[in-house]
Design a protein around this ligand. Structure first.
Ligand code: ADP
Length: 627
């Protein structure tokens, strides 16, 4: 029985156009950003054959070869013919093989007027059949592995519905190479996107200037999504205000650009706010909520991607393209990624602004406070000077009458008649010791005035401190005895001599020993020890004067070296020079510090604190240079 050939027409697109390869939809939609690795195993014959020219030219074994020849002639694209017998594939005869057989000597006579089966038997039945689920890649590999003589014969593709189609090997190879090219392109664009994002990341960290960063985001975006005009806009009340733009005509470039947000629900921005999702308009002409900006040519395609911060739409990235249907879903995804970057830039810039504002505020406050402090300092310095001047003047003024009083007291003391009366003698002794004490205070006042006005003159010489301190020990023997205090001197003889003014240094150690006596309860001890120390390569003698007295509060350990700072009880002042806790004018340590500093030395105190129950004691240290 003769079976008429089953000739199926291919869709026009496949016939007329050059073969095109599409990625399966799932991949193309997510391509550049979230795409899994572009996997050739996704690209099966099934999924792509719609775009490849395939043919279903089947004939039965008995069909006359002339009929086949006529079809080959009518359809230059036909790659071959499937020869069937009772639903069984007998084999495939390719156009090339058919023409070869016919072209042989007597080929026409032998084959053309006989059934096609004759030719099939002569050429062999090595036909390759592949299922539609087979990948293009795999199909190409199998097709190429065939024996050389069959290499370029079409292969049969069997679809899930069992229908059969012939696919030309050339087309298959072309499809494969186009696929590879596509893979390469996708890889390229993915790399470009990664590079752009990486660059944008760098821009973000390199600048905090909002305008600059957003403008550069638009530049980078243009490398991966082509667009005519781009805008980054922020919502300010009821309008959108431009912060960055690209591709705008020069007259609009410098200008402030604002777009009112319309209240109707069709407004594109309203829709973006409501959904917090990007909006893709394929043709703005048919978009009821579209507002065309004045002075701009009409671009038909539009993408708006929201800038979302903490679930609030604060603005958008808007891109346009001249022709309709220009943006793809992939593009929207890419813009979304850049929108994420823009949001970071906005947040950074906002935080930076806040910090700058805070910093300016702080700077303002600091300079205000500094000015106040400077004023207060100037007032204090002025007051201090007035005080120093007063001390100096009064000390000078006191000295003259004091000398007179002292002279007369001495005259009276030398009178033997007066000395013979015990009562008068006591009065005269009291007068003389009072005058001495006053002299000492006046001298202290003059010393402090000199120190304050930097008028203290040091006349240095070699001074053996051991001798000086022993001498002071003798001088204070009576006071020590009165208070049952022990004075221990340690390791002073071995010390090198210091280079200093002996009169001034005598005042320093006298003051420190007297303080030791004053602030140590009866029965205590004062120990003076020494050693040589090296500070910054220079030799110093360190004298340490320790007592077993009341100690000094750490908070006051610097203050006590200021003039007039004293905690002694004034009530005890006049009762005796070395009375326990007897108050003084508070000048001793200030003078000692002034003298030690004038020697390029150092003086300080260490004490655990002030405690009149446990008597932790104090340790005064003095460093004096040896040369
Ligand atoms: P004054 O002894 O005249 O009060 P100083 O300048 O000599 O003045 O001393 C200042 C203050 O330092 C004293 O009032 C006292 O509070 C504290 N001070 C000095 N030496 C000692 C010491 N060895 N132990 C405890 N406190 C002391």
């Amino acid at each position: 029985m003769m079976v008429s050939p089953i000739l199926e027409e291919q869709p026009m697109s496949a016939k007329k156009q050059r073969p095109r390869i599409y990625l399966p939809k799932t991949i193309s939609e997510t391509s550049a950003i979230t795409a899994p690795q572009l996997d050739l195993s996704h690209l099966t014959l099934n999924s792509t054959l719609a775009d490849l020219p395939t043919h279903a030219f089947q004939v039965s074994a008995e069909t006359s070869a002339i009929l086949v020849a006529t079809e080959f002639d009518a359809q230059p694209d036909l790659p071959g013919v499937i020869v069937m017998q009772n639903d069984k594939i007998l084999g495939v005869i390719s156009r090339r093989r058919f023409m070869e057989q016919i072209g042989r000597p007597y080929g026409i006579e032998v084959y053309l007027y006989r059934s096609i089966q004759v030719m099939l038997e002569a050429t062999g039945t090595n036909s390759l059949k592949l299922p539609g689920a087979c990948t293009i890649h795999f199909a190409a590999e199998i097709a190429l592995r065939r024996k050389f003589s069959f290499l370029y014969d079409p292969i049969i593709v069997e679809f899930p519905d069992k229908s059969l189609r012939l696919l030309n090997s050339y087309t298959l190879l072309l499809a494969q190479s186009q696929l590879l090219n596509l893979v390469y392109q996708v890889e390229q664009s993915r790399r470009q996107l990664a590079e752009s994002l990486e660059k944008t990341g760098r821009i973000l960290s390199s600048s905090l200037n909002l305008q600059e960063v957003t403008a550069r985001i638009l530049v980078e975006l243009a490398h991966v999504v082509s667009y005519e005009r781009g805008l980054i806009m922020l919502k300010k009340g009821t309008v959108l205000q431009k912060i960055a733009q690209r591709g705008f005509p020069p007259h609009l470039y410098q200008q402030e650009l604002t777009v009112p947000i319309q209240t109707n629900r069709e407004d594109v921005f309203q829709r973006i706010v409501a959904t917090q999702k990007p909006l893709l308009v394929d043709n703005v002409r048919y978009e009821p909520g579209w507002q065309q900006l004045e002075g701009l040519p009409l671009d038909h395609s539009w993408v708006g991607v929201p800038l979302v911060v903490q679930n609030q739409v604060i603005g958008l990235i808007s891109l346009t393209r001249r022709e309709p249907y220009a943006f793809r879903a992939d593009d929207v995804l890419v813009v979304q990624t850049f929108a994420g970057q823009a949001v970071i830039a906005l947040e950074n810039a906002r935080l930076y602004d806040e910090i700058m504002q805070f910093k300016n505020q702080l700077e303002g406050m600091v300079s205000e406070r500094t000015e106040e402090l400077n004023k207060a300092y100037a007032t204090l310095a002025q007051l201090d000077k007035t005080k120093s001047d007063f001390i100096k003047v009064s000390a000078h003024e006191l000295r003259t009458p004091l000398t007179v009083v002292k002279g007369y007291a001495q005259v009276l003391a030398s009178d033997e008649a007066l000395q013979s009366s015990a009562q008068t003698k006591m009065v005269l002794d009291g007068m003389l010791s009072g005058v001495d004490r006053l002299y000492q205070i006046v001298n202290d006042m003059l010393d402090i005035a000199k120190i304050d006005s930097n008028a203290l003159r040091v006349h240095p010489e070699s001074v053996v401190l051991a001798e000086m301190i022993q001498h002071l020990g003798h001088k204070l023997h009576k006071s020590l005895q009165d208070r049952s205090l022990n004075l221990f001197l340690h390791n002073l003889e071995t010390l090198p001599a210091v280079y200093g003014d002996s009169d001034l240094l005598l005042k320093v150690f006298h003051g420190l020993l007297v303080n030791g006596i004053k602030y140590t309860p009866d029965g205590g001890a004062i120990t003076v020890s020494g050693r040589e120390v090296w500070v910054n390569g220079r030799s110093f003698v360190e004298i340490k004067i320790s007592d077993t007295g009341i100690g000094i509060d750490p908070a006051k350990q610097e203050l006590i070296f200021e003039k007039f700072y004293q905690t002694g009880e004034l009530a005890l002042h006049s009762s005796g020079y070395t009375k326990f806790k007897g108050g003084g004018p508070g000048l001793g340590l200030a003078i000692a510090k002034g003298i030690v500093l004038a020697h390029n030395g150092r003086i300080w105190v260490e004490s655990e604190g002030c405690d009149e129950q446990t008597y932790p004691g104090s340790h005064f240290y003095v460093h004096l240079p040896t040369s």
